[in-house]
Design a protein around this ligand. Structure first.
Ligand SMILES: [Zn+2]
Length: 413
């Protein structure tokens, strides 16, 4: 018999062309059926809710206790509807074994990772991780990634002047070397880069990821006239992916709206959730999705950008990101530590899209997450509509240092 049935909800899985009122059946922690699901040991009434595949957040920071960005994955991801969270470079080759042992293995959230080309990862805002290139080691990154192919999905580098100084070229070259030899995507943080994005994009190829794509600082996708740099569209045509990575100061409504007006939606909508933005302005991935709804993306588009698209970006589309029967439960990839019986889904009751999704009893442990039905399909939220989040950051994310120096701040994760 079915363990758990979720009845009466609007099931939305754009990757499978589903947008219908359907029952969802879960047995043994796996999705076993959609439609008329029959009797179940437990049934959850989901009328008025939208049920979507477990969200995949492509950009998070979860090395709690080691990186200054780190936050608890289960409290901030799984309980908010994110069943798969991808850490974006908090750990490098030297610090990754601890990240795996103390965070990935202990969390119920399924955690995957981009490995930073800097061996220490992103530990402190006091010194940019690649201001001194001796911290970079493609060889160590390659070795570590080959040891952990089940969880390391790509290489990360941050090219802001706070991290690499005024010339991002050498750091990019070293990160590129690691990702090419591994055959894995390279994720590049572009905010405050002291070279134009056209310079960067010519060096990225199919599957590489530009994160913080809607920031409003140096190195952005818009020219001074507000038009997209021509190289941006050419990069997309080559298969370069553009990820939101909202962060503390890495998302500007005016850039997002200008991009959408020029038919340039993001490929993936991630939060860049970390210690300096989890209490606002990010809160969680679902809140970030609501902002893109407000900017004009449809419900189907934002759900795709937070499920199937990021799953494909990390080459896990056959395992996560859709409601395909048999898709594996959320939580640890190996299933160890999970109770034999599946958990319970969240029940979104928030005006935001599932942003306050919580379980009824314990944590949700499978890939079915109810989110709030969105009236009309397109964003009409009030709140801080139209206001840029850039420039509204809390003091926590600002770390002016090097008195008398270049006034650097640790911006964006
Ligand atoms: Zn980040």
């Amino acid at each position: 018999m079915t363990d758990l049935a979720i009845a009466g909800g609007r099931v939305v899985d754009p990757s499978r062309g589903i947008d219908d009122s359907l029952g969802v059946a879960i047995t043994g922690g796996r999705l076993t059926g959609l439609g008329d699901v029959g009797p179940a040991a437990e049934t959850i009434e989901a009328s008025g809710l939208v049920l979507v595949p477990g969200l995949v957040d492509l950009h998070t920071h979860l090395y709690d206790g080691v990186s200054h960005y780190g936050i608890d994955p289960d409290a901030n991801c799984l309980r908010r509807g994110v069943t798969t969270a991808v850490d974006a470079g908090s750990a490098g080759a030297q610090t990754f074994p601890g990240f795996r042992r103390y965070v990935i293995e202990r969390a119920q959230t399924r955690i995957l990772a981009f490995l930073h080309v800097a061996v220490q990862g992103m530990i402190t805002p006091l010194i940019g991780e690649l201001e001194d290139l001796r911290w970079a080691s493609p060889a160590q990154a390659i070795g570590r990634a080959r040891e952990h192919p089940d969880v390391i999905v790509g290489v990360k580098v941050r090219l802001g002047y706070q991290m690499v100084g005024d010339d991002p070229g050498p750091a990019l070259r070293l990160a590129r070397q690691a990702s090419e030899q591994l055959g894995l995507p390279l994720m590049v943080h572009i905010i405050d880069m002291r070279r134009p994005i056209s310079w960067l994009l010519t060096q990225l190829g199919e599957g590489d990821i530009v994160t913080h794509c809607f920031h409003a600082n140096e190195g952005g996708i818009l020219g001074p006239d507000g038009r997209l740099h021509p190289e941006v569209a050419r990069a997309r045509a080559r298969g370069v992916l553009f990820d939101v990575g909202h962060g503390a100061g890495s998302f500007a409504y005016r850039v997002a709206k200008a991009a959408l007006a020029q038919d340039f939606p993001p490929d993936t909508v991630s939060s860049d959730l970390h210690a300096h933005n989890v209490a606002g302005p990010v809160y969680d991935q679902a809140t970030t999705l609501s902002k893109l709804l407000h900017c004009g993306m449809s419900l189907a588009e934002v759900i795709t950008a937070a499920t199937a698209a990021p799953a494909a970006a990390i080459r896990r589309g056959s395992e996560i990101g859709s409601l395909a029967p048999g898709h594996s439960p959320a939580g640890r990839p190996r299933g160890a530590g999970l109770p034999a019986r599946s958990g319970h889904p969240g029940t979104g009751r928030s005006p935001r899209a599932g942003s306050r999704a919580r379980s009824r009893r314990g944590l949700p442990r499978h890939d079915v997450v109810p989110a709030r039905r969105h009236p009309g399909g397109h964003g009409r939220h009030g709140g801080d509509a139209g206001r840029d989040t850039a420039g509204r950051r809390g003091d926590q994310g600002r770390h002016d240092h090097r008195a008398g120096g270049r006034g650097r701040r640790a911006r964006g994760g």
